[in-house]
Design a protein around this ligand. Structure first.
Ligand code: KG4
Ligand code: ZN
Length: 369
């Protein structure tokens, strides 16, 4: 079964064709990073306008790469939430138009579910045998820009939320720390890169363990990084309270910031990353052990992080009963159409309600469970 899938939930416009939920025939991703970079984050209106511009050429390239005719496409899948409303609308409307015009079944897919199913995709240049499908029951750590969750998956479509972040998502924390360190956007890969030459033990930031739960909290860690940065670059003094009168014409006085030596960007990045991945890995491995999981998988943009992968492998190696760990290749961790097609295939096979009506709507706040 060949599924054509569309992904426009945030700032990547992507289309893909996947056979039987695992074999990628085409996966075309048009990133908008360059466009949003100058604003330091995704501007929702700009993102939806870019999706409109990119979606047709991306679709055309996808069909050409897969070298399939419309008759060989069996269904159309699209991410309909969670995500940015205006961005989701573009994919959903294009998906509906194709389904209507070509008379194909339409499948709406949850974005978190599609991240999870990136683990079923056979990475390019790998054979089926080298990449067997994950075995249930399994624990998935979902770590993206908007979500951080530990999910117990007992079978296709059967999810139980064990814990989640109480404040910032892990990706959000990486992005904010990148901004504090002046590294730019998107923060995750830049923090990871800066951390490579840093000492992760130099600043032992307090870990927020929330003991007895599988929940996370990253806001304290983010504030600790802010305080550390302020030790080197004190915050500018607060402006004097408004004293009346017309001050419009007065130039704003800029107080030069006192610098206490160079900001140790690499050491702060490495110490932050270490603290973040340590809590993520410890709780994920503990959940897997407590629930008798056969496998641990990770999903979402932060799953591309090598320190997180290393911490998970290291912690799992100490378990009395071995648990397999698998990671999608980095290109399949961040948003892409192939994972949408994979999720749609298994939903189509295992859920009666998989086929959507043409009234399918966006669900910007859609939770997985
Ligand atoms: O899954 P994703 O592409 O989009 C969402 O659904 O949110 O995740 C994007 C997030 C961003 O916060 C980005 O900074 C983070 O994933 N990210 C990383 C890495 N690559 C992307 N965080 C840490 N290390 C990375 N290598
Ligand atoms: Zn995503």
């Amino acid at each position: 079964m060949n599924i054509l899938a569309l992904e426009t939930s945030c700032d990547e416009t992507s289309a893909a064709i996947v056979r039987d939920g695992r074999h990628i025939l085409a996966n075309v991703i048009a990133s908008q990073i360059d466009i949003h970079q100058k604003y330091g984050g995704v501007v929702p209106e700009v993102a939806s306008r870019q999706h409109i511009l990119y979606i047709t050429p991306v679709l055309k390239e996808t069909l050409e790469t897969a070298n399939l005719s419309w008759a060989e496409i069996d269904a159309v899948a699209v991410t309909n939430g969670p995500g940015l409303a205006g961005a989701l609308l573009v994919g959903v409307n294009v998906g509906k138009a194709i389904a209507f015009a070509r008379q194909k079944p339409l499948i709406g897919v949850n974005h978190l579910e599609s991240h999870i199913y990136s683990n079923w995709l056979i990475p390019p240049q790998t054979g089926d045998k080298a990449h067997p499908a994950p075995q249930f029951p399994l624990i998935c750590l979902v770590v993206s820009g908007g979500h951080t969750e530990i999910v117990l998956i007992s079978g296709h479509g059967h999810y139980k939320l064990l814990g989640k972040t109480q404040d910032d998502a892990a990706g959000e924390a990486f992005d904010k720390v990148a901004r504090l360190l002046g590294l730019g956007y998107p923060g995750g890969p830049l923090v990871e890169q800066a951390a490579q030459s840093g000492d992760p033990t130099r600043f032992p930031f307090t870990r927020s363990w929330l003991r007895g739960t599988y929940d996370f909290s990253f806001s304290g860690l983010k504030t600790a990084v802010l305080r550390k940065v302020e030790e080197y670059r004190p915050a500018p003094p607060k402006p004097a309270p408004f004293s009346g009168g017309n001050q419009q014409d007065k130039p704003i006085k800029q107080t030069p910031l006192a610098l206490n030596g160079d900001l140790p960007v690499a050491d702060i990045a490495a110490s932050f990353q270490q603290a973040a991945v340590e809590t993520l890995a410890t709780k994920t491995v503990a959940a897997a052990e407590a629930h008798g999981a056969k496998a641990i998988i990770i999903a979402g943009g932060v799953a591309a992080n090598k320190a997180l992968r290393a911490a998970l492998s290291e912690q799992a190696a100490h378990l009395a009963k071995p648990i397999s760990i698998s990671f999608p290749p980095p290109i399949l961790c961040t948003d892409n159409g192939a994972m949408v097609a994979a999720a749609a295939y298994f939903k189509f096979r295992y859920a009666k309600e998989a086929i959507a009506e043409l009234s399918l709507d966006i669900r910007p706040q859609w939770e997985l469970t």
